[in-house]
Structure formats: C-alpha cells, structure tokens
Design a protein around this ligand. Sequence first.
Ligand code: GTP
Ligand code: MG
Length: 557
Amino acid sequence: KNIDNLCFKSQSKHNTSSVAVKSEIAQRKDQTDTIAERNPFYVLQEERLEQAERSVLINCPPKTNEKKFLKHLSSHGEINTCFFYESFGTYALVEFSKKESIASLQEGTIIPSIQHEATVPFKSRLVSLKLNNPGDLSSVPSSIQCLRQSAIPINELVQRLSGADTIDQQLYTLTETYQLTEDNVRLRFLVCSLLKDIAAAYFPECTVKLFGSSVNGFGKLGCDLDMFLDLDGISGRKSKKTAGPFTLEYQMKRVSSERAATQKILSVIGECIDQFGPGCVGVQKILNARCPLVRFAHQPSGFQCDLTANNRIAIKSSELLYLYGSLDARVRALVFTVRCWARAHAITSSIPGAWITNFSLAMMVIFFLQKRDPPIIPTLDQLKGLAGPTDKQLIEGHDCTFVSNINRINTTENTETLEQLLKEFFEFYGNFSFSKMSINIRKGKEQSKPDVSPLHIQNPFEQPLNVSKNVNQTQLERFVSLARDSAWILQQDGMSHPLGAGAQPWGLAALLLPSASQTGGKGKKRRKREPASERIKSLLESLKNNKPNSANGNGRR
Ligand code: GTP
Ligand code: MG
C-alpha cells in the first residue's frame, strides 16, 4: 500500500524523477549498508570510493606555498586531508569533508585558453593551480614536502634489513617498507573514481572498482592499478518483472555473447580514455585477451592501469586474499617476502610472459601455510563451511561462497616463527612434486595434475582453470633451483645471527642479493659445488638423521 501511495504521490505532483531518485538512493543505501555490515572487504571499498569522490588532484607549481594554497582551497569547504607527491610535476591530493566542495571548486575553475592548440572541454577532478601573480609567491620558499609513492630501491632495502636483529624482524620490516601507504591507497581510489567519471559519460550508473594487489593486502608501492568497470547495477539482470499486467523493457542492441558485449564496451571506454582522459597516455586496447582489458598509464598518479569489465570473479579472488592476509600477520609477511625474493631474482617480471606471477606466488604461500601442522590458515572449503546465508555467491555458475566475517574463523595454534616458515617454504617447494601434483587451496591438499602444464595451481573459483598456465618448464626450474639454494643459504651457520649492527647483508637481506645463489650471500665467491638438488638432498638427509650438517663444510665461508 505504501508503495502505491508513493507512486500516486509522485504521479500527481508530476515529480516522478525526484521521488524516484530519492527512493532509489535510499534503496541503494540500504543495500550498501547491508553489504557494509556483512563484509569488511566491501566496507573498505565503499568507504574509500566515497572518500575519493570528495577528492581532487591538483598539479601545483614547484614553488607553491602550502599554507596559502590550503587557505585558498578552504574557501570551497573544510579540507579533510591533503598531501603532496611528485609524478611528472608536483601534485596535491586534496580530500574535502563534503562532496559539495568539489562542485564549488569546479564552479570556480576555468578552461585554459591555449594559443595554436585547442582543448577537449571535458571537466574532470584533475586540475592545475596557476599563480595569478607569479612574483608574489616565487619569493616564498616552497614549504611543500612530497611523500614518496614508489618503493625504495632493493639495495636500500637490503641495507635496512641488514640492521635488523632477527630474521622475523627482517620479514616484518620488508612488509612495512613495501606495503601501500595510507596516502597511496587514497590516490589509487581517486584514480579509480576519476575513471568512473569518464565511463559515466556513457553509463551514468556504472561503478569502477579496484581489485588485485591494490586492495588484497599484498600490494607493493608502485604495483599496477587493476580496475573493473561494473555495469551490473544497470544491467538489470537482478530486477524482477513488475506486478500487474505490464512490464517495460529497454530496447537494447544485441551482441553474440557476454564477451562480445564486454569487448564493445571496453573499446568505446578505451577510446574515450584515449581521446578525453586528462593525464591518460599510451592507451592500448587488448580486447582479444582471455580477459579483455584497456591498459594505459595515468601520468598524474604515476600508475600503470588495467581496466577490465565483467570481472567479478577477480574481485572475489582479491577478497579471498584479503581475508587470508587479515587472519594472521605471518601471511602478509611471507607473501611480501616471497614476492620480493622472486622479483630480486627475476623469477617474476613486469613484462607478461612465461614467468610465475605474483598472484600465483600468493597462492603458493597460502597453500604452504594451509599445509603446516597445525595449519596456519584454513582451506577454502573450510571457509565455505563457515559462510553465513548472506555470503552465498554464485558468479557465472561458479560457487564463490566463503565466510566474510573474520570472527567466525578460529585462530591458529601454530606458533612457528617467520624464520622457520621461510626456510620451510623454500624446502617445501624445492622438493614439491610439480611434475605430478597440482596445488589446490580449496582442499589444502595437492592433487594429481589434470594436464601437462609444468606448474598447475588450481583456480580457486573457476576450478577447471590453472592460474599458472603461462609458466613454462624453464621458469619453473629456475624457481625450484632458487628455492633450493635459498633453503640451503638459510641453513648456514651465522645466517641466523648478525655479526654486529650494520653488518654485511645477512639472513633475508643476503637472500635478496642478486648474487645470492652464487655467493651464498656472503659476498665471497662460492667454490664450484654439486648441483643445488644434490646439496638439498644431502642437507635433508642430514637433518633427518640428526647428524651435523654436512653441507656446512663445503667451502661456503
Ligand atoms: P601485482 O603483480 O602486484 O599487480 O599483483 P596482482 O595480484 O594485482 O596481479 P595482477 O595485476 O596480475 O592481477 C590482478 C588480479 O587478477 C589478481 O589479484 C587476481 O585476482 C586476478 N588474476 C591475475 N592472474 C590471474 C589468473 O591467472 N587467473 C585468475 N583467475 N585470476 C588472475
Ligand atoms: Mg595488479
């Protein structure tokens, strides 16, 4: 009856749009609240996106006076946060308390008048600060302090780690040094929100979401920005037929498949980013990939961006990794460390190819931690068993159900140190039967390989797929050989104890040196020795028999 009244009121006042919009907003807010209540991962996304919508990115002249700048901006409303950074010039990310401030700022923003060239008048939240009287401010020394948005070079990291007291401390230091900062996360969501404004030119109700390492808890400063154009809110797949004799349905172009629709949409949005997107350069439309995408560089933020569409399962993978990373501090520390180790030895690469990916490495770490005794993290099937009714999710026929409430998951009784875990990780994969077995985080058990790919890691949600299908035998062998070498290095005397503060690279720091596999991290040339596989075998034999480690005596020091 209430609904009838509402319809009647709106019709009688000829004010359908405003009432309908209000009720739609209220309804959406209800939905958001329900999502927010039940799922911390989505709470984070919703909050960050909302913050981003109240934010602008401002290119500032090198000698901007911060105080005067903030005073000028605060004429548009209260400022919540502001920080500066460098990326093809100096930029400020300014977050206002209220969204209205953005409208006010845009109201007072002018379109540049350029001689001999023309501009595409697309008004975004990426603006430039111009000095009306350059003479006024140029005498004022710049008070801007720019925050770093990229990771420190590996040699600086090695130095930093060498000063730590324990290997555990080294792993935590590495994580803290490399993880995304609060500011960097804000910048990531702002770029996502700027992209949404471009896509909204075609699809006003679309959302653009972040997935991958920007949000899964394993992102390293400088990692790419994986975005997903979500049109589900408008696709109406979930809407039901209305009661009564009629239902109105949109007339829409038809295409042969979901994939064809995604390709068309991305092609147009890609074109729009290329033609109108301020700061977006090097736009490539990679539409024939298994997962079609638009790749480009966003210069004002310095991010390499991948925009996909219709990619909800990837968001679920990100949520799963986020959950695992939140369960126990050792998970993130080990994933960060293994990723950094792999990058230092060129096991992973920023160029796509037959290399192991960071995503696969995270899966390998998760699998390893599930196999500890007692396990450090539960299997995906166990997480599914703990799911509540609102966690049920079927995406494109794939069961993506798992618990979202972390409090329902028991904490582990495993007390192994990170030092132990790192050693064991290298030994585990140094000896894993890759030729026969597949890694399966759903079951937490290796299973017979269903095909001949050198490395088989079952996709947790699209179970017939292998997430490391791209990896060739050579790359797998390099990984195994380095894992064996690293296990061996960590077993050496003196590796667990620094010789003094600021000593030579030791422990994890030694493992990250490019020459680690040849020198054992001691900076001295290792004598010619038997293959790594032989060494590790004898090492394991000696450990089993509890004899003194024969490998220690082979001229390592
Ligand atoms: P970075 O190397 O730090 O960017 O890690 P990432 O986790 O963001 O990896 P990437 O940018 O390559 O991929 C983004 C997301 O796409 C991942 O986090 C996964 O959720 C998903 N993804 C990547 N590769 C695969 C794959 O081979 N299979 C599946 N199913 N999903 C993948
Ligand atoms: Mg990524």
